[in-house]
Design a protein around this ligand. Structure first.
Ligand code: NAI
Length: 344
């Protein structure tokens, strides 16, 4: 009965904010690290999502302000802020999707791996709480280094006996967003018509865009040479560093990351709601390569990652890139597993 009441309530909110024709399923999303550079615009975007009826904003501090602010938007989600560890469980209870952008970002000269020491324990602590309070939620990990924080999360949940590989995702969507933007600009087509697969991991050479499989609609203004494809590959791999340098010590990508994180979380929600043909690229437990965690195209459904798709045909250069990516990614995964097991 209470589910029905919630559904009715959600529908009546929807009819005020979103046109009314939509059949809204009650869905709770929690954002951990919601007062941060990514967390704030991500809170804004999830408040705008037609799929979210309940939005929990958690951080160690600052969330009452963020929550009060976005709660005034006339969209369907009910917003509540939670600050400090003693409110973490309440923030998480009943969540369908938990998005985690908590932790420190890079400064110029740092690699994502330099963040390992601090972010590994932050992610481990938050995942433990998820395992206790919402073990069935789909977990979207944004905190870097994603190549290690995802295996840390898996090991933490395994040790608690609640690990479901279909529900754990490393968010690599920003790499896809960048590859599409750069490719559309380079060949001069509508960016909305562009699809570029990006597989592997989320750091340097583990980010592997497959431009040989890129698709677009309309007439391209330009054919790309091998050198231009190589430059686009490097720009996609270094896109994060481009932003870190431009921000000159004031952090890394936050706005484009919030956009990418919201796209991914929305796809997770559409999958949960049973919307046909929802797929995204994401780093998941995988048998696509020899590396136990690997980002490739994933079909999302009511139970999370329902199907992990293969890589398709790679050209010679991409095959070489894949070998490099697998070696580096495997080392980062092992580093994460080791940390989760013995804290070092
Ligand atoms: P930020 O420093 O602006 O915000 C981080 C937030 O996390 C802060 O509000 C902080 O209070 C909070 N936090 C720290 N410890 C916490 C804990 N134990 N529980 C809850 N919240 C906690 O950093 P920003 O720029 O938002 O970046 C966050 C993370 O996202 C970084 O690790 C960054 O490297 C990563 N990132 C990932 C990307 C991806 O593509 N996956 C892209 C860009 C950044």
């Amino acid at each position: 009965a209470s589910k029905q009441a919630l559904q009715n309530a959600a529908r009546s909110y929807a009819s005020r904010g979103a046109g009314g024709e939509r059949d809204v399923v009650p869905r709770k999303v929690a954002i951990l690290g919601a007062a941060g550079g990514i967390g704030q615009p991500l809170s804004l975007l999830m408040k705008m999502s037609p799929h979210v009826t309940n939005l929990a904003l958690y951080d160690i501090a600052g969330t009452p302000g963020v929550a009060a602010d976005v709660s005034h938007m006339n969209t369907i989600a009910k917003v509540k802020g939670f600050a400090g560890e003693d409110q973490l469980h309440e923030a998480l209870e009943g969540s369908d999707v938990v998005i985690i952008p908590a932790g420190v970002p890079r400064k110029p000269g740092m690699t994502r791996d330099d963040l390992f020491k601090i972010n590994a324990s932050i992610v481990q602590g938050l995942i433990k709480a998820c395992g206790e309070a919402c073990p069935k939620a789909l977990l979207n990990i944004i905190s870097n280094p994603v190549n290690s924080t995802v295996p840390i999360a898996a090991e933490t949940l395994k040790a608690m006996g609640v690990y479901d590989p279909k529900r754990l995702f490393g968010v690599t969507t920003l790499d896809l967003v960048r590859a599409r933007t750069f490719y559309a600009d380079a060949i001069g087509v509508d960016v909305n018509s562009v699809d570029v697969p990006v597989v592997g991991g989320h750091a340097g050479t583990t980010i592997l865009p497959l431009f040989s499989q890129a698709r677009h609609q309309g007439q391209a203004q330009k054919e790309l040479s091998a050198e231009e494809i190589d430059a686009l590959t490097k720009r996609t791999q270094d896109g994060g560093t481009e932003v870190v340098q431009a921000k000159a010590g004031k952090g890394s990508a936050t706005l484009s990351m919030a956009y990418a994180g919201a796209l991914f979380a929305d796809s997770c929600l559409r999958g949960l709601n049973g919307t046909a043909q929802t797929s995204e690229y994401s780093m998941v437990q995988s048998e696509v390569t020899s590396c136990p965690f690997f980002a490739s195209k994933v079909r999302l459904g009511p139970s999370g990652a329902e199907e992990i798709l293969g890589l398709g045909e790679l050209n010679e250069l991409e095959q070489k890139g894949l070998d490099v990516a697998i070696a580096e990614l495997t080392a980062s995964v092992e580093k994460g597993v080791k940390f989760a097991k013995d804290g070092s």
